[in-house]
Design a protein around this ligand. Structure first.
Ligand SMILES: Nc1ncnc2c1ncn2[C@@H]1O[C@H](COP(=O)(O)OP(=O)(O)OP(=O)(O)O)[C@@H](O)[C@H]1O
Ligand SMILES: O=C(O)C1=C[C@@H](O)[C@@H](O)[C@H](O)C1
Ligand SMILES: [Mg+2]
Length: 192
């Protein structure tokens, strides 16, 4: 079997575009699920602008996420995150990849539900761990046992992520395969 990836079919892209219409597409899920990587590639396939809320927060504050957590704490970070995401959704349509905790915050979740179609990249612990343990840029994982912390976050957050409009299983396949599954999930949505 060839492992050369077939380009995503134009027909699938067109069906996904039609299903999304002029709504924002919002990626949610835990750290390492692939929201930023898959979100960017999905936006390119759909031909709509992409933005990552973590990057936008860093741009407007001129601080890194770690610096923001250290200087102002998580509560202030969440308030800033809510404002940034609300603005991004108001000025769309675009693909927005959110930070892992964004959808967990009630106010942010309300904005996403009102102004976007949400898609949860749902991954198992080992998949996430393999990806996040390579970098130490995630302040919530600066604990004695970061894998256990990640597992606790999974238990606390998965019931909330499950409120998403769509879910795709994130696993160890090429990112292009993930994009195709995202587009297929969009295309398969029942018409309103
Ligand atoms: N399907 C995939 N196969 C292999 N590597 C992947 C896949 N999806 C993402 N990755 C890699 O895993 C790492 C984490 O992905 P990414 O930054 O997109 O996650 P995230 O969900 O945006 O996390 P965070 O909430 O911390 O921003 C990156 O190095 C990315 O390239
Ligand atoms: O899961 C979380 O709460 C976070 C995930 C990252 O994307 C950043 O938004 C920040 O590190 C917090
Ligand atoms: Mg990200």
């Amino acid at each position: 079997m060839s492992d050369v990836m077939e380009p995503v079919s134009e027909a699938l892209i067109e069906r996904a575009k039609a299903a999304l219409g002029r709504r924002n597409l919002v990626f949610i899920g835990l750290m390492g699920a692939g929201k930023s990587a898959v979100g960017r590639m999905t936006a390119a396939a759909l031909g709509i602008p992409f933005i990552d809320s973590d990057h936008e927060i860093e741009r407007v504050s001129r601080m890194t996420i770690s610096e923001l957590f250290a200087a102002y704490g998580e509560e202030e970070f969440r308030a800033l995150e809510t404002r940034v995401i609300k603005r991004l959704l108001n000025t769309g349509p675009r693909v927005v990849s959110t930070g892992g905790g964004a959808y967990i915050n009630e106010r942010t979740r309300r904005h996403i539900k009102k102004q976007g179609l949400s898609i949860w990249l749902n991954a198992e612990l080992d998949v996430l761990w393999e990806r996040v343990n390579k970098r130490d840029t995630r302040p919530l994982l600066k604990t004695e046992n970061p894998k256990q912390t990640l597992e606790k976050l999974m238990h606390a957050r998965y019931p909330i992520y499950a409120e998403a409009d769509l879910t795709v299983i994130s696993r160890d396949v090429k990112k292009e395969v993930m994009v195709e599954e995202v587009l297929a999930a969009l295309a398969a949505m029942p018409k309103k």
